[in-house]
Design a binder for this molecule. Structure first.
Ligand SMILES: Nc1ncnc2c1ncn2[C@@H]1O[C@H](COP(=O)(O)OP(=O)(O)OP(=O)(O)O)[C@@H](O)[C@H]1O
Ligand SMILES: [Mg+2]
Length: 485
């Protein structure tokens, strides 16, 4: 996702993604402000916003959301980005756990040093974070957040794929495009059935009405009726379907419907298992509790599977679907609650060091007014898997202007997935991330101007503060490269 990304609508028209997001945020913002204004003592300026996103999102995606919020009328200094599993964890620790019964508190209560996984399962993404509680009662991240596209919408997608297996991609596309109301109605009723599944009765079948238009599309494309095709198709889900041509109802057996959940649940469970064993193997960390939040955590099939796989360690709080939002409010008031985070990459600045013929490559030598330097050096900011404080600078550097009338200082920075920092920024695996730019409007002082750059990489967003040698604070813009994902 970047500033020029587009979103295609049902009729294949492209829209600016930034614009679509901005309109959505503005809608919510306006509703909030409308409500807040009813209370005479509160004005728009008093309102601060927390926008949440999955912890696995890239810096670029988070910046995209910040830009969309800005376009929607939320000033930068009134916005904080919250990471969803963190917000959910904060809510659970502040509200859910203190309310547990004494017996439950024994199993799930958190003491100093205890660690837990928080698995936020939504429509699109499953986002997994691991934290421990430290002596001050604050949170420390113990692994880089992990996750993937294994959300509940995959189950709807499996149903669509089953229809494609039955009728062919052409039929399905025509139906979706030309009978969009019926398509939405079919998928809406599927969504209701999915949420209610498996229901009370153990032998229950799932019944859905197939729109007449679907049947017509099927006949036009395949030249046989749906009834005939159902007899002929061999497909794990469709094999369980019975069709009543009189009322256009299909009924799926319980095991046929269960099939739609299989791959998605498998992906989630196997990834959680891998994380648990990696935490034991690499960090000697035994996770005490797995908290499941997000709408998908309400799914009975998922709950049963988790309870079997991770017996005694799983908690499905009552507020699963609202925990993120409520926790975001607590986080918005005090972001220091998450004290340390784990660095996702090894980050470094493009830097010039005093040239040392014993250490540096000859062809990196550059002669400058202040003597020979080695260019393209990778000056580490943070190392991958290193635990970094969220409230302290990760790195502090001093830099002098190079010309008398310089009005801007640029600090290009790079990242690599390797744990060891490379020596030079052009080594394999080292990617340009963007640059931090400091505006220096006042050129009085000429060459005697410098800035102290404090780089914070432990917060939910990358940020930096620049202070010049006259003690003036300057804003630092992060211009992230558009090629980053
Ligand atoms: N009982 C249920 N069974 C299966 N899925 C469910 C159930 N209840 C809710 N869901 C799914 O949960 C999803 C909504 O959850 P949530 O609000 O946490 O998602 P989201 O935060 O919007 O998505 P994401 O986190 O991926 O951005 C929907 O896709 C819905 O189908
Ligand atoms: Mg979510």
């Amino acid at each position: 996702m970047h500033s020029k990304s587009t979103i295609t609508d049902q009729r294949n028209r492209d829209y600016s993604a930034l614009e679509v997001f901005a309109i959505s945020i503005r809608y919510v913002k306006d509703k909030i402000i409308e409500r807040v204004k009813d209370q005479e003592t509160v004005t728009e300026k008093d309102v601060y916003f927390v926008l949440t996103c999955p912890a696995i999102w890239s810096e670029h995606a988070k910046q995209f959301m910040r830009n969309a919020a800005f376009k929607a009328g939320i000033p930068h200094d009134h916005l904080r980005i919250g990471l969803e599993p963190e917000c959910a964890a904060i809510y659970l620790h502040n509200v859910t756990l203190p309310e547990l019964s004494t017996s439950n508190r024994k199993s799930f209560g958190m003491q100093d040093g205890d660690g837990y996984l928080i698995v936020d399962m939504g429509g699109g993404t499953v986002d997994i974070a691991a934290h421990k509680i430290n002596r001050r009662g604050a949170f420390e991240e113990i692994m880089v957040p992990n996750g993937g596209p294994w959300g509940a919408l995959n189950i709807n997608l499996k149903f669509e794929q089953a229809l494609v297996a039955l009728s062919g991609g052409g039929t399905f596309e025509t139906f979706r495009r030309e009978c969009s109301q019926d398509y939405l109605e079919l998928m809406r009723s599927f969504e209701y059935k999915k949420i209610a599944f498996p229901g009370e009765s153990s032998s229950s079948k799932v019944v859905l009405t197939i729109p007449t238009t679907y049947r017509e599309c099927h006949l036009a494309e395949n030249h046989v009726d749906l009834t005939q095709s159902l007899k002929e198709v061999h497909h794990a889900v469709m094999d369980s379907v019975q069709f009543n041509p009189k009322n256009n109802k299909i009924s799926l057996t319980k095991s046929g419907f269960e099939n739609l959940y299989k791959d998605t649940l498998e992906s989630i469970v196997s990834n959680v298992k891998t994380i648990l064993s990696e935490l034991v193997d690499k960090k000697r960390f035994q996770i005490k509790t797995i908290f499941c939040v997000g709408g998908f955590a309400d799914c009975q099939m998922l709950r049963d599977r988790f309870k079997t796989e991770f017996e005694g360690r799983v908690v499905f709080p009552k507020e699963a679907i609202t925990a993120v939002m409520k926790g975001a409010i607590i986080f918005g008031r005090d972001e220091r609650i998450v004290e340390t985070r784990i660095s996702k990459f090894t980050y470094g600045l493009d830097w010039s060091l005093e040239f040392d013929p014993k250490k540096h490559l000859k062809w990196k030598l550059e002669r400058t007014d202040s003597g020979p330097v080695c260019r393209d050096c990778f000056l580490p900011i943070a190392q991958k898997d290193q635990s970094i404080r969220s409230d302290m600078p990760t790195k502090v550097i001093d830099s002098y202007v190079k010309t008398v009338d310089q009005k801007e200082m640029e600090f290009p920075f790079y990242r690599t997935s390797s744990g060891e920092p490379p020596k030079y920024i052009d080594e394999p695996g080292c990617l340009y991330m963007g640059s931090m730019c400091v505006a220096l409007d006042d050129i009085s002082g000429g060459l005697d101007r410098s800035v102290k750059l404090e780089i914070y990489f432990g917060a939910t967003e990358m940020r930096a503060v620049a202070t010049d040698n006259k003690n003036r604070v300057h804003s630092v813009a992060f211009n992230l490269s558009e090629t980053q994902v």
